[in-house]
Each structure stands twice: as C-alpha cells, then as structure tokens.
Design a protein around this ligand. Sequence first.
Ligand SMILES: [Zn+2]
Ligand SMILES: [Zn+2]
Length: 342
Amino acid sequence: MMVIQYKCPDCGADMFFDSESGKLSCDSCGRKDNVEDFPKDFIYNVFTEGETVEYHCKNCGAVILTDTDTTATTCSFCGSGVVLGDRLSGNMAPAKVIPFTISKEEAMKEFKAWCKNGLLTPKGFMTADRVKSIAGMYVPFWLYDLQSKGHADAVCTKVSSYTRGDYIYTETSYYDVHRSVDLQYIKVPVDASEKMNDELMDKLEPYDYSQLKDFNTPYLAGYLAEKYNYDDKQLFSRVKSRTDKYVESYIASTIKGYHTTSYKNKQIDTKQIDAHYTLIPVWMVYYDYNKSEHIFAMNGQTGKVVGKPPISYGKVAAWFTGIASVSFIVLKSVAWIIGGGF
Ligand SMILES: [Zn+2]
Ligand SMILES: [Zn+2]
C-alpha cells in the first residue's frame, strides 16, 4: 500500500488543500502551490506491505487506522493529511474532482444558522456538546452521460359546453397524440458509496460542473475520501430510473391544450454513453439530538444544506463511530510512544 503525505518545501510542515485559494497550502509559513505542479521531492510516499488498514503517520508516528474504503484521511493526532495512493489508481482512479470551496469554519457557521432556523432551537442546543464530529469528505460519484429515446401514444380530450334553450350540452373531442423524443443527459450524478444515504446525496444537487477538475491527489490533502463500492454498471438502473422520470415529464410538457391525457403506451430506452468516476465535496456534521445521532450535510462546493432535521442514518453513524474509535486508538498509541521512547 502506498501512503502519500505533502510536506512544505519551505518549512517542512504539512500541506493541505485550501478551499479558499484552491491551492495546496502551508498553515505554518503561508506557502501556496498549484495542485498540478507541486514539487515531487516533497511528496512523501510510504510503502507498506500488503493491503493493511493500519500504518504510522510519517509526521508524528501515531497509528492511523482506516477502513478498506478510505482513500484519504487525516492523522487524528497531528492533523496531517494522508492520501492512500494505490486505492486511487488503476480502475479505482477517479477521472474528475470538484474541489472544496467551502471551508470548515463556513460549514460550521452554516450548521449553527441552520440549527437556529430549524427545529433545533431548544435552549442550550449549541452550547451543549452536540457536535460529535465535523468532516470534509470527498464522496465517490458516477457522472453519467446518457442517451434517452422516448415514445408515447395517448388519447387526449378537449371538452366544451354550451347552452341551448333549457339545456347545457357538453361536447368531448378525442385526439390521438403521438410523441417521439431523443434526449441527451450529460453528467447525471449518482453516489457510489455504500455508506452514504442515496436520498441525502441526491438532495445536495446541483453542482457547478464548470469547476470540475481532472483528478489529482493533492486535492484530497487534509480531507477524508472514500472509494466507490458500486461500479457504473451496478448503478445504471438507479440513474436510468431517474432519467426515465425526466423523459416522462418532458413528454408530458409537450402535450398541451387538452383537458385530459391518458397514455396508451409509453416506452423509454436509455443507453449509457459514458460514466465519469468523480469525487464530490460534502461537509458532514454528526451531532446528537433527542438522545439519537444525526447527520447534517452540506454541499462543499455551493454551500447548499440538506435541511431535513433529525433523520438518523445508521451506516454513516457507524462510519463516524469508526472515526471516533480511531482517535481513541491513536491516543493510546501515542501514550505508548511517549511512554516507551522518552
Ligand atoms: Zn511552510
Ligand atoms: Zn500524525
């Protein structure tokens, strides 16, 4: 396994991806480097045997544990960003990334505002230690390019009524309506992580694809990242059911001026043209409320908040629990390093 860390060429401190400048940045001396041309001599590659989930931080020596889906994490002890290189290569290599533009401070501020505006206003909500964890996470997505052909046959009616003498007459005219459409959808996003709630991830849309970059590992420095659990073939039915709805509503929008429409036949044929493995930035705040645990999620590019208060997402909660237990182990191991070394 290959572990990558980025060291500042000027002062030796750890570099991380800075959401504000869009550059690899050093907190200690303020140096900033472009992601594309960071000097290779200061990229530390550590090779470990086999597919291990435990290794030592190059910076402080503490043990970092990951689960097998992790592609980037931070050292819980010194905060150093760590990228797991070989989980990002071969067919696991992302094609694209949308870098974070919202900082942790901004995300936290938004979370507090959201608590005040929403249902989480009981006194002491923010003063109590509700926030268990906040994490900037690159979530694996597939962006699909699709071609959809739709055909529909319908019987539509127009109804008119008129009065003659003492009687009101109603006249119904029937029309055979046919529609064929040929539509292209570009970059329809579907999240590919098992841990993420599909509905929650869908609500974070839309993304601004003008900021889509070719993938490069320094974007992950200082964040968490996961690899995909499902490939583009496995998720095709999910994207298809989404686009089929778009096609249907598009067809419906072209049938105008009738009082009723009843479909006799509807066919939609959707083909995949391409799928791009893409990392999408999400801020996640894990907090407790009413004695249970909840997730607040925010689009790390646009700042859009998934504003549905307390819903529990078991799998993500389990993942955060994993992170919490990692910190615990790290602290223990550091105690051991200090105890044993000095
Ligand atoms: Zn520096
Ligand atoms: Zn460390």
